[in-house]
Design a protein around this ligand. Sequence first.
Ligand SMILES: *Cc1c(COP(=O)(O)O)cnc(C)c1O
Length: 461
Amino acid sequence: MEHEWKTIIEPFKIKSVEPLGLTTRAERLEALERAHYNLFNIKAEKVLIDLLTDSGTGAMSAAQWGGIMTGDESYAGARSYYNFENEIRALTGFDEIIPVHQGRAAEKILFSVIGGKGRYIISNSHFDTTRANVEFSGAEAMDFPVKEALDFDKPAPFKGNADVPAMAKFIKEIGAANIPLCVMTVTNNSLGGQPVSMENLKAVQNLCRKHGIPMFLDCARFAENAYLIKLREKGYAQCPVREIAEEMFELADGAWMSCKKDALVNIGGFLAMNNREWSGKARQLLILTEGFSTYGGLAGRDLEAVAIGLREVLDENYLRYRIRSAQYLGEGLLKHGVPIINPPGGHGVYVNAKKFLPRISPSNFPAQALGCALYLEGGIRGVEIGTLMFGRRDPKGAFLPAPMELLRLAMPRRVYTQSHIDYVIEVFGWLAKNKESIKGLEIVEAPAILPHFTAKLKPAK
Ligand SMILES: *Cc1c(COP(=O)(O)O)cnc(C)c1O
């Protein structure tokens, strides 16, 4: 008889290791002061468990490292490009495959082609680089998340969904002629890495098709989204996750991907579609700034690693472990009474710092303060998604409170083991019991654009 063991293990063994940055509390306090309480300014070697981002931080497999050695570095028509193109075509069904060095390069090119003043891009939620590139083109980025997305405590299976009636109303008001594109971000990174259901993708596609608006996927985490559909949506439990992913792409007219996420590589991306007019213009821009159309700013070896990673990421043993690790961290935090966006999505856990530290006002950056405390006590690095990152200011330059104060703990792929996560949970347990030790912060100086990367802060008086 086949056993059904309950323990979900890391489905890999470790071939190559890197030491972690072990430091003392005194060393971390010094590092924090030198970094002006901005975790982006901490040297990575002074970080023990780095949960700053899941982007480009994953571990490649032995097969991918093998691909790195056999990559074809020919300028034009390299074999590695055709491996890359074939893999993406087979997965997405799109004909026109354009390589780029990372996701935002695809966004810059696409919105240079279709954006511009007086145009509106509609979405479940734009990721911040997507929004920035839409707005840089002169167009406006409109988000239509479902209401459940903002109720952090109440579990719902598909908090990444778009609010279809709200989208329909907007299309009616603005006119479909002014909306060149609808973008469905899978999973929805800005709102907790939450998945989008197939039902919702179909409803959005229906609406868009009715109005002649193309629908693209911003599919950085398409495999995590597909696996969460398998786990949570009726009718998909028995469906191979690759088929679920293919069905998602079938609904769309195009896609772009930051391969630094679900292609399990450290750099790479693509833009894919069937529209020849758009792809022709996009390739011209590609050649202008990224590189020739068979490498797009990447080395041949990078293209090879993407092709292999796109196959590996759909291994269901990998995805079961991947999704389970975020759930495991989420459950551990909830047990200590640490509020999170519940349930966790695919790529990490978002701690609700506003609820965890109610006595620190938004003007003293509670999520940033929690991030600094987590680093000081445990050497763990997360990232603030709150008043500092949103960065809206009044005319005098004071920060306006953001609607949310989250500390994102993003999990690199195939990098940390369960004991690393147990350690993170233990440190949070201590913080939950010693909340009064966590002090708010105040600004020393902050630039106008993207302040969270370079702002200097200090403990508030
Ligand atoms: C990371 C990401 C991007 C941007 O990709 P980069 O590779 O960081 O340039 C765009 N959209 C989503 C949903 C992302 O997660």
